[in-house]
Design a protein around this ligand. Structure first.
Ligand code: GTQ
Ligand code: FE2
Length: 359
């Protein structure tokens, strides 16, 4: 609160504040401390959604909701209870499970929010991205960059489930959301052979001449395979000696994050391994791809298993411990913070005390 000038009285001040309000003005001095906090005060809560529950309810959606009747994408979004009923996992990230019954198709459309698919369960499904049919097997990452046409197609005889990560809250905050359905037909024209981007850009440092010079905002390589991810984690772990190996998925033409708005990472923590407490600016959503263990987030203990999904708020102190060797997939908003010069992080030497257990 500002000091008052001699001559001002409670009455004149009250009248003045009312006048300000009537003219759509607000004084800074009463709200400065809530506005310019010493450190981030995220509304996002540390949270976890269990795989057993996600799968059960996705299956229920598969029974109850047909894809054409308002369920064009059969998606259950992770809705963080700190975010006042908004369908967002964190203040900047959308996380969800998507479920297709055997033989179903989700129709083509495009939008300015960028998306990633991290395949979890089932096989025989592909996402067509601008005409390129990208096969998705468990543990694969497939990109659907901003404004690219995409549809999902199952030729499987069983249901398939994957994790969707999008930057919807970020793009919405910037009032930059556009959406369009694919004209006329439900499916796009396709190039004959599947996985075109993989054939062109997955050359281990060998690219079509000019591709690096023409590097775009998003990765032209749309698929990252589980076998390659596994091999890279194994090699990195062997080099560093552990306990954790951390990879970022990057655009091979630029070395930059796969999307300007969203980072994708994979972390392997060996059985018995424990990370040092880390806090960083920006939020993330973690999907436990394999393994089991615990995390402490701002003093709260989370016990997780394969398929569980966690929301990590900005500037929360996070440490992980693996009971079985664990692969954690994560989406982050780090590229946004890096681009704007807002990224910072701190690590600590000693574990934080556990004061609370999640549910
Ligand atoms: O699969 O195209 O989770 O458009 C949210 C919006 C998935 C999709 C989501 C989408 C999609
Ligand atoms: Fe979409």
């Amino acid at each position: 609160m500002g000091l008052t000038q001699t001559g001002s009285t409670p009455e004149t001040l009250t009248a003045f504040y009312r006048t300000l309000q009537e003219h759509d003005l607000q004084p800074l001095w009463p709200i400065a401390e809530q506005l310019l906090t010493q450190a981030p005060q995220p509304a996002t809560k540390p949270w976890m959604w269990r795989w057993t529950l996600l799968l059960t309810l996705a299956e229920r959606a598969g029974e109850l909701i047909a894809i054409h009747e308002g369920g064009d994408r059969r998606v259950l979004s992770l809705a963080n209870p700190g975010l006042l009923g908004q369908p967002f996992a964190t203040s900047t990230l959308w996380g969800a499970v998507q479920y297709l019954n055997a033989g179903e198709h989700a129709p083509a459309h495009r939008h300015t929010p960028g998306a990633i698919r991290f395949m979890l369960r089932g096989d025989g499904v592909y996402t067509t991205v601008d005409g390129d049919r990208c096969d998705m097997h468990p543990g694969d990452l497939v990109l659907t960059p901003s404004w690219s046409w995409h549809d999902h197609n199952s030729s499987s005889d069983e249901p398939v489930v994957w994790f969707d990560g999008l930057d919807i809250p970020t793009v919405r905050a910037l009032d930059a959301v556009f959406f369009e359905n694919f004209p006329d037909e439900r499916l796009q024209d396709v190039v004959q052979e599947h996985n075109r981007s993989e054939r062109l850009y997955d050359g281990r440092g060998l690219l079509p001449l000019g591709a690096a010079a023409d590097a775009d905002r998003e990765s032209p390589l749309l698929i990252f395979r589980r076998a390659d991810i596994d091999a890279a984690l194994t090699a990195l772990l062997r080099q560093t000696g552990g306990p954790m190996a951390s990879l970022e998925f990057v655009d091979p033409t630029s070395g930059r994050p796969v999307m300007p708005t969203m980072g994708c990472e994979m972390h392997r923590l060996v059985a018995g391994g424990r990370t040092r407490p880390l806090r960083k600016v920006g939020s993330s959503v973690i999907v436990v791809y394999s393994g089991a263990g615990t995390s402490v987030i701002d003093g709260q203990l989370f016990e997780w298993h394969r398929g569980d999904m966690l929301a990590i708020p900005s500037w929360s102190i996070v440490e992980h411990e693996a009971t079985d060797t664990t692969d954690l997939f994560a989406i982050t908003d780090t590229p946004v913070l890096e681009a704007l010069g807002l990224y910072r992080e701190e690590t600590y030497e000693t574990p934080q005390p556990v004061t609370d257990v999640f549910r």
